[in-house]
Design a protein around this ligand. Structure first.
Ligand code: CTP
Length: 471
């Protein structure tokens, strides 16, 4: 493996290991990604048979770059940055590898102990950095064959590995999804058996894994595994509610679980944006609670887009996702997700397109991506019709945008102009006039320019009994 250790930090670590007379290994994700020829997050984990903290200080001293060492005495870990790489040092331990646990580590161990207590065989491989065995792969669980066979397997009895750290159940599914691997059957069964234990892990850590699943190439695969193992029901029960189809009077509706996953995969094909993917996940989330069978009409999901947008903050809160502009973006896309389709089904009028552009603002392109992804019908004629109408909507959007530039639009007459013209303070009348001008422009009753808006403002003022002041 020597020739793969191109980062100069390995040579420095090797020298320090010689000087301190301890063994040092690079282990975990870095080794796995190296063997997979996959980009690594620029994280390097080093295990030493001794004190990780003392070792890190020696490495920092050798770097001669005034590199600060961050260390956590309780956990016996130390960290330093080297040219954009995060290098973490830890003493080999007998206990489980609990990077995020509050429990201090108790016992030092051998390299073998340390490898035993790691999550998966593919993450337990180490490369020796000690001079005499430099570059030698230490792979006691045949992780290399699991990499070749594309298998996620635990080094120990999976019940032990998962009870050491239940987050590993999410990690198993995350790696399976990211790497397109299969979870070995006894490992899969252990996740199913232990799924309830996920509730002792903090939601931040759970959703960090969930977000990585969502950002994978084919995220639906991860959702299916989460569902089959019982984890999904515990961490995100609203999503499970989408499952199934009911039939009344011979009329069924589509299974919204599978539909949503198809939409998610469609979005994943055209965008890496995590929040656009969340919008796909949540676009129909209120279908179960709005579902009704109406005699003569069939199944309806009336106002599911409004109700769904309202559900977004609670779901974000529950999953400890950020309650910021990203959440508002997802709310907006859920609220508007039907609009381009409704437009496409009807005669596409300028005013409807203008209104959509105004409401979607700079997120209009993402909204169009979501709507396109939402077409999952198996009926080719329907799909063809939708896509053709969609092109008309897109064309119209382009035309109206060029003409009216409504993306981050403000009406041409501001509240200030209104107040100055009529000599009034901020008040309800100002809002009424401003809204009426916005409406008139969106409806195409007046052109989108200052003069026409100003004239309308004067007429509205008169109606409200306001006098124009001479300026
Ligand atoms: N590890 C573990 N159990 C955990 C977390 C981590 O055994 N719950 C071990 C694994 O050996 C893992 C290493 O610690 O390879 C580093 O963990 P981390 O940086 O979280 O993950 P990576 O494997 O590096 O993967 P990625 O970079 O994709 O997150």
């Amino acid at each position: 493996m020597k020739k793969h250790l191109t980062n100069p930090i390995f040579e420095i670590i090797s020298q320090v290991a010689g000087e301190m007379q301890v063994q040092a290994f690079v282990i975990g994700g870095f080794v796995r990604d190296l063997l997979l020829n996959r980009d690594n997050k620029q994280d390097i984990d080093i295990v030493v048979l001794g004190s990780g903290i003392d070792f890190a200080h020696q490495v920092a001293a050798k770097l001669n770059e005034d590199t600060p060492v961050k260390f956590f005495k309780n956990f016996g870990t130390a960290m330093l940055n080297f040219h954009g790489w995060k290098i973490e040092f830890v003493g080999a331990r007998k206990e489980s590898y609990r990077r995020n646990s509050r429990k201090p580590i108790v016992e030092d161990g051998t390299n073998e102990d340390d490898q035993n207590r790691r999550d998966f065989t593919i993450n337990a491989m180490a490369i020796n950095l000690t001079r005499e065995n430099y570059g030698q792969l230490v792979d006691p669980f045949n992780g290399i064959s699991d990499l070749k066979e594309k298998i996620i397997r635990t080094p120990l009895d999976p019940d032990i590995t998962f009870s050491d750290d239940p987050l590993r159940m999410m990690r198993a599914i995350r790696f399976a999804t990211q790497l397109c691997f299969t979870i070995e059957p006894s490992c899969f069964e252990a996740i199913t058996r232990n799924c309830e234990r996920i509730s002792i892990v903090s939601m931040e850590r759970v959703s960090d894994e969930l977000n990585q699943i969502i950002q994978a190439g084919v995220p639906s695969a991860g959702f299916r595994l989460l569902d089959e193992t019982g984890l999904l029901k515990i961490i995100f029960p609203e999503f499970c509610e989408l499952k199934g189809s009911e039939i009344i009077d011979g009329k069924g509706h589509k299974d919204n679980f599978h539909h949503t996953l198809a939409v998610l995969d469609n979005v994943a094909e055209v965008s890496n944006d995590l929040w656009l993917r969340w919008a796909a996940i949540l676009h129909d989330i209120a279908k179960p609670v709005t579902k009704k069978f109406v005699q003569g009409t069939g199944w309806t999901f009336h106002a599911h887009e409004f109700k769904g947008a309202k559900m977004v903050p609670n779901i974000f809160r529950q999953l400890k996702l950020p309650l910021n502009e990203k959440m508002h973006y997802v709310e907006k896309l859920v609220l508007l997700h039907l609009r381009p389709i409704v437009l496409a089904e009807d005669v596409v009028t300028d005013s409807a397109v203008r209104r959509l552009l105004f409401e979607a603002g700079e997120d209009i392109d993402d909204l169009m991506l979501l709507c396109n992804a939402d077409i999952t019908s198996k009926n080719p004629n329907k799909v063809r019709r939708y896509l053709a109408n969609f092109n008309i909507v897109r064309q119209k959007l382009r035309e109206i945008e060029e003409k009216d530039q409504l993306r981050n639009w403000q009406p041409p007459v501001t509240g200030e102009v209104i107040m100055k013209t009529f000599g009034i303070p901020p008040s309800k009348s100002v809002g009424i006039i401003k809204d009426a001008i916005t409406e008139a422009i969106l409806e195409g009753e007046i052109a989108n320019n200052f003069d026409e808006a100003y004239q309308l403002m004067l007429r509205l003022g008169e109606k409200l009994g306001l006098d124009k002041k001479n300026s």
